[in-house]
Structure formats: structure tokens, C-alpha cells
Design a protein around this ligand. Structure first.
Ligand code: AMP
Length: 398
């Protein structure tokens, strides 16, 4: 973290115009915001800057308007949501650049908070157009990025702007980067990774990167079937990408070369229907009936996974071990999650999780608060697990 400047380095901020990139891309259903987690995550940075007397100008995107103003993707209604979470007045300006933004910013007093309209209403945002970044930068003295979740994109408000103004990581960005450093950057060893979820096809890069970095890679979920099939196991009607067995074999070879233990299911909980409460039985993976599908890994597999969690000093987790949304196929995910949570609470494990359905799975297990860090960043978290550079982070190192 020493590579990045944080709010601790931002002295004499009173009266300055801080352009603060945040993630306000909250889920909406029938016009109502259904989850305010993202707003809550950035609230500490907003309020710290406001308390210090900065004029806090929020930059954010919302949805995919593709470079044009789309009324249904206006951040206008979100200003009220931010106001409720912060319990502080939040002003709104109907454009993020030009006269409208300038006038609203000129009207601010110290400590004020202003939300600017969706940055993606301008085509220059996603193109990272230098002229658009210049137009944004005109309205600020300092840039703070607190949107790790948007850091995998080189857009004007996540990357370009940091080339125009002194740039700092906000508190959420700082916490995320520190957690990632502990997870894979410079982890305590041994490191175990759990990768589950539906398909290998969405996680090839991630698997390739992990086998080179970790001491054990546990593969669960639907994707385990492809690895089992690659070993010649008949997985019956299980979700399986037969066209990817060669890729699975490559990853297994890479694991062996890298001294990474590949931990595949030993037994399986199988059913004939994908639905809650479906009749099920537990069988050895070699004995999956041809008309049945694995919907969870079995108890012997959980024992092996938990033994690795016990052995590990660090755990990185993405994806559920089974179809956790439909009981009883949540058992393995819940059991491993609770074991990891216990070890973390006892100070014996650093546990970092995130991406896709992982947050929902850990919430379902009731353990999110016990993990060292649960990232809600989605795509950026996955790209980090894939070992890809994150432009919005790299530019803060300049
Ligand atoms: P992902 O978004 O790739 O992490 O995948 C998560 C999804 O994988 C969840 O909706 C799970 O229900 C699903 N999943 C996990 N295990 C299995 C399985 N054995 N068979 C089918 N789907 C599964």
C-alpha cells in the first residue's frame, strides 16, 4: 500500500474541490433501489472528506447508456439514496462536465457534497478520451478513487483523470488493495484457493493464474465436472463442458508443474432434478448414475477441503461448491465457509473472497462478517484473481 497515496497523505484539504470516483451502480427493481451496500461502502470516504472541509464532488456511472443521456439511467434519483445513507444533504447537477457542472461546483461551500450526472452519458468516458478527462479535471483540485469495482476499466473517470490531478486511493479502495495484497500479492503460506461456480469457460484465466500462485486449488461446483470428465469420470447428466476437457487437462498439468495440489471432489450429492428438496443421494464420483447430476460435493470432499483450510494460512475463494441456492445442495458451501470463518476468527487464517455469487453464498452461510475481506467488486475482483493489470489501480502508483 505504500505505493499509493491515501487520504492520510491528503492534508490541507479544506476548501479544495475533490473529484471522488465512487461506485453507485446499485441494483434497481421497478424504480426502487433494492440494495445500498455499494453506497454504504463509499460512505466513510465521502464523510471523511466532507468533515475535513473538502467540497466533495461525486463522479459515478450508472448502467450502460453507451455515451448518450438516457433518462432511466440518470443518477438523479440516486442522490436521495446517497443522502439517506449518509444522513447528509447531497446536491445534484444534471451534467458531469461543462457549465452545468461548473456552476453547481462554484456554488458549493466547504463540506458540501455534490453528485454529478452519470459519466457514461458522454462517449468520452468509456473511450478514456483525453479531452473528456480534461473537461472533468477542470472542476477539481484533487482526484480520489474509491471505486475499486470500476478499476479494471481504463475509463476517463477511473484512469484518465488520475493523469491530470494529484490522485489518491479512498478508504474503500485502500481496504480492498490491502486485502488483495494479503490474499495473493504477498500472502502468508500455504495459500489455498477455492474456485467453484457453474462453468470452467468463465474462469480459465483465473484457474491458470491461481495454479501458479497457490499451494492448493480446490475445484468445486459445476466446473468440477469438467475436470472429472478430463480424468475419464462419467459425470452423468451433470453440468459439464465436454469441449473444455483439454483445457482442464492443461490446467491440471500446469498445477503439477507448479507444485499446486489440485483438489477435486471425491464424492458427490446427486439428484435427478435441479430444484430445492429434490430427492438425492451421496455417491463416490466414480458412481454418478448416468441419469443423475452432481449438485453438491459430498461429505468426504468437504472433509478434504476443510483439511486444506486448516492447513492454509491464507484462503482465496471464488464461487460456491454446489448449487447453494437450492437446499440441501448448499451443505458443502456452508460447511467450508463456516470452517474458514472459524479459523479466521481464531486468527489462524487470512480469508479473502469475492466475485459473482460468492458474496451471496457467504451471506447465505452467515459468515461474511467473519472473513478477513469479502469483496463486492465483481469483475475487478475476478480480473485481479486472473492476474490482470487493473488500470485504475496502476495509475494511482504513478
Ligand atoms: P458462478 O457465477 O460461476 O460463480 O456460478 C455460480 C452458480 O453455479 C450458482 O448459481 C450455483 O447454483 C451454480 N452451481 C454450483 N454448483 C453447481 C453444480 N454442481 N451444478 C450446477 N450448477 C452449479
Amino acid at each position: 500500500m505504500t505505493q499509493f497515496k491515501t487520504l492520510d497523505d491528503l492534508t490541507d484539504i479544506a476548501g479544495k474541490r475533490v473529484l471522488l470516483r465512487v461506485d453507485l451502480n446499485v441494483p434497481v427493481s421497478d424504480g426502487a433501489v433494492t440494495d445500498t451496500t455499494r453506497v454504504e461502502r463509499v460512505a466513510p470516504t465521502i464523510m471523511e472528506l466532507s468533515r475535513k472541509g473538502a467540497r466533495v464532488v461525486l463522479l459515478a456511472h450508472f448502467g450502460r447508456p453507451k455515451g448518450a443521456a438516457v433518462a432511466s439511467m440518470s443518477l438523479g434519483p440516486i442522490a436521495g439514496v446517497v443522502e439517506d445513507v449518509l444522513d447528509h444533504r447531497v446536491h445534484f447537477a444534471a451534467d458531469c462536465v461543462g457549465e452545468v457542472a461548473r456552476d453547481a461546483i462554484n456554488a458549493m461551500v466547504d463540506g458540501d457534497i455534490l453528485l454529478l450526472e452519470n459519466t457514461r452519458f458522454h462517449p468520452g468516458e468509456e473511450r478514456n478520451d483525453p479531452d473528456f478527462a480534461t473537461a472533468l479535471a477542470k472542476n477539481g483540485d484533487v482526484f480520489v478513487n474509491d471505486a475499486f469495482s470500476a478499476a479494471h476499466r481504463a475509463h476517463a473517470s477511473t484512469e484518465g483523470l488520475a493523469r491530470h490531478l494529484p490522485a489518491y486511493a479512498g478508504r474503500t479502495m485502500q481496504a480492498e488493495l490491502q486485502a488483495l495484497e494479503k490474499g495473493l500479492g504477498n500472502p502468508a503460506r500455504p495459500v489455498a484457493a477455492i474456485v467453484g461456480g457453474a462453468k470452467v469457460s468463465t474462469k480459465i484465466e483465473l484457474l491458470r493464474n491461481l495454479v501458479e500462485q497457490v499451494d492448493a486449488l480446490v475445484i468445486g461446483g459445476g466446473m468440477a465436472n469438467t475436470f472429472l470428465a478430463a480424468r475419464g469420470v462419467n459425470v452423468g447428466k451433470s453440468l459439464c463442458e465436454h469441449d473444455l476437457v483439454a483445457t482442464a487437462r492443461d490446467i491440471e498439468t500446469l498445477a503439477a508443474k507448479s507444485d499446486c495440489a489440485l483438489v477435486l471432489p471425491i464424492d458427490a450429492v446427486v439428484a435427478r432434478e435441479f430444484k430445492a428438496g429434490a430427492d438425492n443421494e451421496t455417491v463416490h464420483v466414480e458412481d454418478i448414475p448416468t441419469d443423475a447430476m452432481m449438485l453438491d460435493v459430498g461429505p468426504k470432499s468437504v472433509e478434504a477441503i476443510n483439511a486444506w483450510i486448516t492447513k492454509a494460512d491464507t484462503l482465496v475463494w471464488n464461487g460456491p461448491l454446489g448449487a447453494f441456492e437450492i437446499a440441501p445442495f448448499d451443505v458443502a458451501t456452508v460447511s467450508a465457509a463456516r470452517h474458514a470463518a472459524r479459523r479466521t476468527r481464531e486468527g489462524l487464517l487470512v480469508s479473502v473472497a469475492g466475485g459473482g455469487d460468492t458474496v451471496a453464498a457467504l451471506n447465505h452461510a452467515g459468515v461474511s462478517d467473519s472473513f478477513t475481506y469479502v469483496s463486492t467488486a465483481g469483475g475487478a475482483f475476478l480480473e485481479w484473481m486472473e492476474g490482470k493489470p487493473l488500470p485504475g489501480v496502476d495509475v494511482l502508483k504513478r
